[in-house]
Design a protein around this ligand. Structure first.
Ligand code: DX5
Ligand code: ZN
Length: 220
């Protein structure tokens, strides 16, 4: 039986009211909190770091799912683990030795994920697939929330699902970027089971709790 999980991305939330924003999505039934870490180098935007995560951890009950869009992630994973992150996902484009960094993430007590830009082929994940707890398929070019969903990434989810199936892996398949009431079912059908949503949740006209409920309604 597949668990379908919703991971709202706080990048789209109001950081000035982060405790209220987190309480709203938790009360509405969100499963994880997706933490988009951007360094202004691997992607153009700068967002948050371990200091913010320490404060976030004090107000969040849900697991924190860090998506590291940063160069040289190995230098920073320990600080994020110590700050309270539960899952750490790194970009294959930033890690020359994927198995090594995955083992390091696990040694810190976190689950380990890998992710890839839309232009990067799923075959690049091969060395990591037997080791990971999660594969994150990006359906936008990383760097901003509120971008348009890239439907050509549906086939990539199907490919990752087939590759993990062949390994009898129980790793999560998470999708991220332009996920809303319309695109979520397409990615679920393709084999995803964890859904990141920034704008569809926190920019919902009736607020974050309504955004969570709207997506949970189509998750089934
Ligand atoms: C993009 C981030 C995504 C994004 C999600 O670089 O990794 O998590 O913020 O936001 P939406 O759901 O609005 O595309
Ligand atoms: Zn993300």
């Amino acid at each position: 039986m597949t668990d379908y999980l919703l991971a709202p991305s706080i990048i789209a939330s109001d950081f000035a009211h982060i405790a209220d924003e987190v309480a709203a999505i938790e009360s509405a039934g969100a499963d994880w909190i997706h933490v988009d870490v951007m360094d202004g180098h691997f992607v153009p935007t700068i967002t948050i770091g371990p200091l913010f995560v320490q404060s976030l951890k004090r107000v969040a009950k849900l697991p924190l799912d860090a998506h590291l869009m940063i160069s040289e992630p190995e230098k920073h994973i320990e600080a994020f683990a110590k700050a309270g992150i539960n899952n750490i996902t790194v970009h294959v484009e930033t890690c020359p030795d994927l198995p090594h960094i995955i083992e390091k993430i696990k040694s810190l007590g976190c689950t380990a994920g890998v992710t890839l830009n839309p232009a990067t082929p799923a075959s690049s994940l091969e060395p990591a697939l037997p080791l990971v707890d999660l594969v994150l398929v990006m359906s936008v070019v990383p760097g901003y929330s509120g971008q348009k969903f890239m439907p050509e990434m549906i086939a990539k989810v199907e490919e990752v699902h087939a590759r993990l199936d062949a390994l009898h892996s129980h790793a999560h398949i998470e999708v991220d970027g332009g996920i809303d009431e319309e695109t979520l079912p397409l990615m679920k059908k393709a084999g995803a089971n964890v859904f990141v949503a920034g704008n569809a949740v926190f920019k919902h006209p009736q607020g974050g709790a309504a955004g969570v409920r709207a997506l949970k309604a189509v998750m089934g």
